[in-house]
Design a binder for this molecule. Structure first.
Ligand SMILES: [Zn+2]
Length: 242
């Protein structure tokens, strides 16, 4: 079986047979990969803890006919151990893993930007420099943008008219001017739209200075935008306290 090396974040695992697991990975060079990790559920396994969700690993894999097989694993960043002790960070991180899996739909299609965003987001979440909900919202907007669903928070999403605009519609792709407003558009506070733009741009000073009411309203709109672009909602998002 041909071997290859790659760097990956473990998104999800499930049991296979007596002692094995199937590991869903987001790799740097090969996009989403599902691989078998043999013997990892035995207490004597050398790798068990390196192949848990949230772990950033350097891997060697053997190409299989259906699933690849993990043949070596070295831990790079054990994000799991730093997120596991904090409920808010852990639940927000879980939403990030689920979102990455849902947005990278094709197996073995390179998705380098999604990989880098996820590693950067988990690192920020583990470092605790920003509140978990803000790291999550910023990650969600940016990963949707990389997936081709970039929201517009300045120009009208329909006619392109320069903002600021008063209305927001997930289905229209962002803010709307008064002429383009569609039924059911939200009318968030102007400060909320500014926060959304700052979260997308990663403009942390603006996010940190924002009114908590605007941050809360922005979180609701990010969740609505995400739900519109994913076929099914995210189960894990229900556990994030807003
Ligand atoms: Zn317009």
């Amino acid at each position: 079986m041909p071997l290859y090396r790659d760097e990956a974040v473990v998104l999800r695992t499930h049991k296979l047979g007596e002692a094995d697991r199937i590991i869903t990975l987001l790799t740097r060079q090969h996009g989403r990969v599902r691989a078998v990790a043999k013997g990892v559920r035995r207490t004597t396994s050398r790798w068990g803890s390196r192949l848990e969700p949230f772990t950033h690993v350097d891997l060697q894999l053997a190409e299989g006919r259906n699933l690849d097989v993990v043949t070596q694993a070295e831990s790079l960043d054990p994000f799991a151990s730093r997120l596991g002790g904090d409920y808010d960070r852990y639940t927000a991180g879980t939403v990030m893993l689920e979102t990455a899996e849902r947005l990278v739909t094709e197996e073995k299609q390179p998705a380098v930007q999604q990989f880098l965003l996820l590693v950067g987001g988990l690192r920020a979440m583990a470092a605790g420099e920003h509140p978990p909900g803000q790291v999550l919202d910023s990650y969600l907007l940016r990963s949707l943008a990389v997936a081709g669903y970039a929201p517009s928070f300045e120009h009208c999403a329909r006619c392109g008219d320069a903002g600021p605009h008063r209305w927001f519609s997930p289905s229209a792709g962002g803010v709307l001017c008064a002429d383009c407003r569609v039924p059911g558009s939200a009318g968030p506070a102007p400060g909320t739209i500014a926060v959304l733009g700052a979260l997308l741009a990663g403009d942390w000073p603006v996010v940190h200075a924002a009114d908590p009411r605007h941050l809360r309203e922005a979180s609701g709109l990010v969740a609505a935008y995400l739900a519109w672009h994913l076929e099914r909602g995210l189960r894990s998002l229900e556990y994030v306290e807003r």
